[in-house]
Design a protein. Structure first.
Length: 147
C-alpha cells in the first residue's frame, strides 16, 4: 500500500516541475527575440518588442554606430517586420534586413547613408551621417491609416 506521504511528495514534485518549466519559458522569452548577427560585414542587433528587450539592447549598444527606430500611428506604437535597406553615399546597398524593427542598431563605418524601410507596403526613408564616436539616431514613422 502506498503511503499518503509518498503521494504528497510525488504531487509536490510534479507541481514544482510545472512551475519551473513555466518560469523558465517566460524568463527565456524576455529577450529571446533580440537578434545579434552580421550582414555583409556589419554587426547588428534587432528587436525591442518588450521592455526587457529594449533594456537588453541598450545594455549592448556600445559597438553600434546607428540606431533606427520604427513606429506607427498617433501613439507611436513600435512597428516591426519591416524590410530595411541601407545604402552608402555612392548608392551601394551595404545592409539589408528582411524583418527589422522596432529597434535596429547597426555598426557602420563613418559616412553618409540613406535608409529605406518598407512597412506594410509603404516606404519611408531618411538620410543620416555616421561619425566616429557619435552614435546616430534615425526615427521613421508611419501614420496608422497608411499601413
Amino acid at each position: 500500500m502506498t503511503s499518503p506521504r509518498i503521494i504528497l511528495t510525488a504531487a509536490a514534485v510534479v507541481a514544482l516541475a510545472g512551475a519551473f518549466t513555466s518560469a523558465s519559458a517566460s524568463d527565456l522569452s524576455a529577450s529571446a527575440d533580440v537578434v545579434r548577427s552580421n550582414v555583409a560585414g556589419h554587426p547588428y542587433q534587432n528587436g525591442g518588442v518588450t521592455k526587457a528587450q529594449v533594456v537588453d539592447m541598450e545594455h549592448h549598444m556600445k559597438p553600434y554606430d546607428l540606431r533606427l527606430t520604427f513606429s506607427e500611428g498617433k501613439h507611436n506604437a513600435y512597428a516591426a517586420d519591416l524590410k530595411l535597406h541601407i545604402t552608402d553615399a555612392a548608392g551601394k546597398r551595404v545592409f539589408t534586413l528582411e524583418q527589422a524593427g522596432p529597434l535596429t542598431d547597426v555598426s557602420l563605418p563613418a559616412g553618409h547613408y540613406t535608409v529605406v524601410a518598407d512597412f506594410g507596403g509603404v516606404k519611408r526613408s531618411g538620410s543620416i551621417d555616421v561619425k566616429p564616436g557619435e552614435p546616430a539616431n534615425l526615427y521613421l514613422h508611419w501614420p496608422k491609416d497608411e499601413t
